[in-house]
Design a protein around this ligand. Structure first.
Ligand code: FAD
Length: 295
């Protein structure tokens, strides 16, 4: 099923993200986590592609299992910037052959060793080119793309970033998923600017439950997002107690999600980081809100 159709439903929905293992020896534990998260029957699950230095070898295998074995709709991430056209075409073909109907089309981060290369010789420079490529060889595929409520770190301003975002939508992207954010007011003003720029596709809000103090620094480094004082106080107070920090992190993420639902943002994607206990904690906190849909 196309995720764009799932998102048309105005009832609140929660989906989860998982990532593939770096080594085959960890595949079994990732598969166990994926199975437990899928058992919650979320709206869909996404599988990252080489994010944070990981590999992409198992992305399709995991995405296929989620759809075929657990009957949960799946979204496969695909990046292009450090790949050749041949590699990307082979990936799209494999995705199509394996019945995966949704791709999150991403540029990917530019590897440090490629930062000074002549970018003109690259097959892909931006996600828009990947979207056009997928449209060309797999037109039935439902394509999503990334967006940044606090502006992509390489953009000089929000206007420029939204202009490029609109190019992705005009190229065929049917929905957007946001980078993590910890202050909902930043998302609301971003949505306002998007709609003003004529971007009308559904926007799925990306929520990262921070359950370990060490995650905060990594989250800021990877996304550049603003951490409100309210959240910093939680980390200061509970960061050294793993169980208390986990409970507080799940509660903070739940609070963000309830506020989003209350303000008309119906679709939330949780960066569940292969942690079934975090996914379960959030689902359990939202049981009455989501109850009618997920029972
Ligand atoms: P783009 O849309 O290409 O944008 C990158 C920058 O280029 C922006 O500043 C944009 O404004 C600018 N730009 C766009 N088009 C043009 C143009 N034509 N001319 C000039 N400038 C332009 N990374 C992974 O490696 N694997 C993953 O699985 C993964 N999943 C992600 C999921 C989500 C929801 C998000 C938000 C990010 C994810 N990332 C992942 C990280 C992502 O790859 C990086 O943020 C990357 O730096 C940008 O990717 P993009 O697709 O947004 O790029």
């Amino acid at each position: 099923m196309k995720i764009a159709n799932i998102l048309k439903d105005e009832r609140p929905s929660v989906s989860f993200e998982v990532f593939p293992p770096k080594q085959r020896s960890s595949l079994e534990s990732v598969e166990r986590a994926v199975k437990e998260i899928a058992a919650l029957k979320p709206a869909f699950m996404s599988v990252t592609y080489g994010a944070g230095g990981g590999t992409s070898e198992y992305t399709l295998e995991i995405a296929k299992t989620i759809k075929k074995s657990y009957c949960v709709e799946t979204l496969e991430h695909l990046t292009c910037v450090s790949s050749s056209k041949d590699t990307v075409l082979r990936q799209i073909e494999a995705i199509k052959e394996n019945g995966v109907e949704n791709i999150l089309a991403l540029r990917g981060d530019i590897p440090a060793e490629m930062a000074d290369c002549d970018k003109k010789s690259w097959d892909y420079n931006h996600a828009t080119e990947l979207i056009l490529q997928i449209k060309d060889v797999y037109p039935e595929c439902c394509i999503g793309a990334a967006c940044y409520p606090e502006v992509h770190p390489e953009s000089s301003n929000s206007k420029e970033d939204i202009r490029h975002l609109k190019e992705k939508v005009d190229a065929g992207c049917e929905f957007l998923t946001t980078q993590m954010f910890f202050d909902n007011s930043l998302l609301y003003s971003f949505l306002y600017r998007l709609r003003e720029a004529g971007v009308t596709v559904p926007v799925v809000a990306g929520i990262m439950p921070i359950t370990r103090a060490s995650q905060v620094e990594k989250a800021i480094r990877l996304s550049g997002c603003h951490v409100p004082q309210r959240f910093k106080s939680i980390v200061d107070r509970f960061g050294s107690d793993p169980e208390a920090m986990k409970q507080a992190g799940i509660a903070y993420a739940t609070d963000q999600i309830i506020d989003l639902f209350a303000n008309g943002v119906s679709n939330v994607h949780v960066y569940s980081m292969n942690k079934p206990d975090v996914a379960k904690g959030i689902f359990s906190n939202l049981s009455c809100i989501l109850g009618k849909i997920y029972e």
